[in-house]
Every structure is written in C-alpha cells, then in structure tokens.
Design a binder for this molecule. Structure first.
Ligand code: PLP
Length: 475
C-alpha cells in the first residue's frame, strides 16, 4: 500500500465511522452470530499473494461486523462502558501513525512529559491530593498487579524479586468478596497464592468490608506468624457498585503499617463531580488508586490512571536497567517503563489530552451527571412495576433488580432466561450478577451517546419481555 492509497482509505474509513455511529441504533447491541461462524468464514491458511483493499473492506463489513458487539451503542447497559469518543479516536489514529514506543524519556520525550502532565490533570480533576503522582497503565488489572507486587516487596523488605517466596513466611492480603477478579489474578501472579487472599465479610447497604472483621483477620494472621502485606479496597465494585469505607480501611492499615490500594476502575471517573466524592472519603490516605478513563471519561481503551503516593516504591519493585536501556539523559528524567510491567508502552497520554481539551471538564461532568440521573429515574420506574423488584439500590448509575413470578420455583433460571432473551432480541444489552447467591439483573448506563430516551427505553423492553414470559409461563 502506498501513501496516496493510504490517504484515500483513511478518508473512506473516517466517512464509514460517521455513518456507523450515526446509524448504530439500527444494529443489535450484542452480536447475534453463533459460536464458530466467524472462524468458518476465515480461510484456514494465510494468503500467498496480496489482496486488494476493496475486497478486504468488503470482507470486513460482511464477516467482521456481524460478529461485533457494539460497545458504543447508546443502549449498551451491560458490564461497564468502554467509551470511545471522536477526539480519542483521532488521537489514537495519530498515535498509530507515529507509532512511537514510549518506554524511556529519550524514546519519545513528548510522550513522557505529556504523561506526567495528563496524570496530574486527571489527579486534579478527580480531586486527589497533590502528593499523588502516577503513570498511565494499559488496564486497571495491570495497575492492581503493580500495587500487589509493591505490597509484596515492601512486606519482604525488598527481597522478593531477588530471592523468590520459597521458604518465607506466607504473605497475607485482604479484600472483600466484592472486588474484581483482577485482584485474585494479581495475587496469583505475585506468587502470594489464592489461599492467602483473605475475603473480609461485608456489611451494610454499601457492602463495605466490616472493619472489625478486617482488624481481627490481620491480628490473627500476625499471631499465627504470617506476614500481612496489604489491603485492596474497592470503590464501585463490579457486581453491584460496592464501596469500601476508605477511612475505616486506612485506620486499620495504619495501625498495622499496611499498604492500601483502591480500585475505582469504573467509579473513579465520576469523582470529577465533587458531589460524588463522598463515596471515596479519605482516599488521599491510600498508597495507590486506580481508575479507568477508558470506562467513563471518553478516553478510549486502553487507558488506566494509576496514582501512587510513593513512586520510589513502585520503581524499586519494577525497575530493571540493563545496558541496552541505559541512556545518558540528564538526571531526573522519568522512564515510565520503570513504573510499568511491560517495557514497551503506547502513547496513551495523547488521547487524554485531546478528550480533555475538546470537551472540557464541565461537559464531562454533565455527561456523567446525566447518566446517574437517568439510571436512577429508570430504577424508580422499574420499582413501580408489578413483576420486578430492586435488589441493590443505585450506586451512581449501577443498580440490580429481579424479574419475579409468584409461581416460579426457580427464579435464578427465570432471570437468566430473561437476560438471554433480551440480549437475543438485541434492542438493549444487559448482564447478570449474583447478590447473596441469587442471580439478579444488572443495569448501568454510561454510554456517551446515550440520551434520556435511550435509557428509559429499557423499561419498554423489560415490560414487553415480562409480558411475553408471563404469557408463556405454564400455570
Ligand atoms: N476493577 C473493577 C472494579 C472493574 O469493574 C474492572 C472491569 O470492569 C476491572 C477492575 C478491570 O479493568 P481492566 O479491564 O481495566 O483491567
């Protein structure tokens, strides 16, 4: 492909993007293909000769697009959002054209210095104290892994990387059962072991870790000769939006000298609105915090803001400096690969810069406030319906509910079937979770193109489905 052809296709794809986004409501939100359909459509062997772009693009539309679940669809109410706004796409286009590797300051000074500035813009935007610095990671899972590795090294007096864990007293980490599975994975990868991740019971409507149980668990572990390393708290847990009480967690962590990492992957973006900051009161006392601008701030995947109080501890845990990476730059430059798991790093700061400048914080605040308000309105409407009950109250724009039929003996299967049938129809996309062992329906609205009508439209779909399932249910 020569550059004039690249330029023609660039223009064509950007026009395709406009049409795709302007007509996206006519597509089913969740892909409707059957498993194996796409694989069957792809030749088993690679082509020997080159193919014309026109043919490739036709195949893209005919083979790939039916197999896409439309995360940018305004009626995407499943999981958490992964908003990709137009300015972030343009920044990613530029990044993919320049294609720099941003591992060291010298390998792209603009990327490093913009990363420093953007992390600080984000810190200010969510109201974190100015003694946090930070780094952009690919995902929250990586930030949490980096935090758990730091907890491990601090607890082992910086000997873990060197000596391994064999022969050492087991390390212990603490979290509730509401945290994301990225915490479990971090524990596995750090060599700490699942049985040393202690699940502290939760209490109250916020499903926060019970501080007495947390304190007692740590004290028992110390008495048993184990080594407590740190606590992972969640703000906006994945299932129901559970929020730990950071004040209580930090009081206990300080009592025992433990590291606290706060996972606010989804909810953190909402902290640009000062009225929501009560959810993470005292977060400035934590050692590290992560949130994903790629979820609710319109900065497309991947982009995770990882704030740290003690960057030296992170660097001491992750930095490795072989000869081939040494540079003769002036002292004091930051090499962000020393703050990350991978050496190679994308230029992620550019899309934050584009998004924050194109929209400004006021627009982003209004967008998030609208999502919260519209979800809460929908929650009230569902509450008023005869065959639904609200199971967990809204945390920002996330709540759970259940479809209830009096004579149904298996509400879990009924609700799973309700979710599956709605997603097979494709007008909206929702998912399920479990609350106290029961299967419930999960709803969140946070897509940037969603209007109030899109969010409230979900009620029609739920009502229709409940009517059709009531009629088809045997008496
Ligand atoms: N933490 C929470 C609370 C999440 O909900 C998620 C994903 O939705 C993650 C962490 C993992 O995020 P990532 O995909 O950025 O690793």
């Amino acid at each position: 492909m020569d550059w004039p052809e690249f330029s023609r296709w660039g223009a064509r794809i950007s026009e395709w993007a406009r049409v795709y986004h302007e007509t996206i409501r006519s597509r089913p939100v969740r892909s409707q293909v059957a498993s194996g359909d796409i694989l069957k459509a792809l030749p088993e062997s690679p082509p020997k000769l080159g193919t014309d772009m026109e043919a490739i693009f036709t195949d893209f539309e005919e083979i790939v697009m039916p197999g896409i679940t439309h995360w940018q669809h305004p009626r995407f109410f499943a999981y958490f959002p992964a908003n990709a706004t137009p300015p972030s796409m343009l920044a990613e286009f530029l990044t993919s054209i320049i294609a720099p590797q941003c591992m060291l300051w010298q390998t792209s000074p603009a990327a490093t210095e913009m990363e420093t500035r953007m992390i600080d813009w984000l810190r200010q935007s969510v109201g974190l104290a100015d003694d946090f610095s930070g780094v952009i990671q690919d995902t929250a899972s990586t930030a949490t892994l980096a935090a758990v590795l730091t907890m491990r090294e601090r607890a082992l007096n910086w000997q873990g990387n060197e000596e391994g864990l064999s022969g050492k007293r087991p390390l212990r980490n603490y979290c509730s059962c509401e945290v994301h599975t990225s915490v479990d994975r971090a524990i596995w990868i750090a060599g700490i072991g699942q049985e040393n991740l202690i699940r502290v019971p939760t209490h109250g409507s916020t499903r926060a870790m019970d501080p007495n149980a947390l304190d007692a668990n740590i004290a028992e572990d110390i008495a048993a000769g184990l080594t407590p390393a740190g606590i992972v708290a969640c703000i906006g847990g994945t299932g129901t939006g559970a929020c730990d009480n950071i004040t209580e967690v930090c009081d206990i962590a300080e009592k025992y000298g433990l590291y606290v990492h706060v996972d606010a992957a989804w909810a953190g973006a909402a902290m640009i609105c000062s009225e929501f900051r009560g959810l993470w009161n005292d977060v400035d006392r934590a050692n590290s915090v992560v949130f994903n601008p790629h979820k609710w701030l319109g900065v497309q995947f991947d982009c995770s803001a990882h704030f740290v109080k003690e960057p030296d501890d992170l660097v001491r845990t992750l930095a490795i400096n072989p000869e081939y990476l040494r540079t003769s730059d002036r002292d004091g430059v930051i090499n962000y690969s020393e703050w990350s798991i991978s050496l190679g790093r994308r230029f992620r700061a550019l899309k934050i810069w584009f998004v924050l400048r194109v929209y400004g914080l006021d627009y982003l605040k209004t967008t998030i406030r609208n999502h919260v308000e519209w979800s809460q309105q929908l929650c009230e409407m569902i509450r008023a319906e005869p065959n639904f009950e609200i199971i967990t109250e809204p945390v920002l724009s996330l709540f759970t509910f259940r479809f209830v039929l009096q004579n149904s003996s298996d509400l879990d299967s009924l609700n799973q079937s309700f979710v599956d049938r709605i997603n097979d129809q494709g007008e909206i996309y929702i998912t399920q979770t479990r609350v106290n062992g029961d299967l419930v329906i999960r709803f969140q609205a946070a897509q940037f193109e969603a209007t109030r009508d899109d969010v409230l439209y979900a009620l029609n779909v739920l009502r229709e489905m409940s009517r059709s399932m009531i009629t088809s249910e045997p008496n």
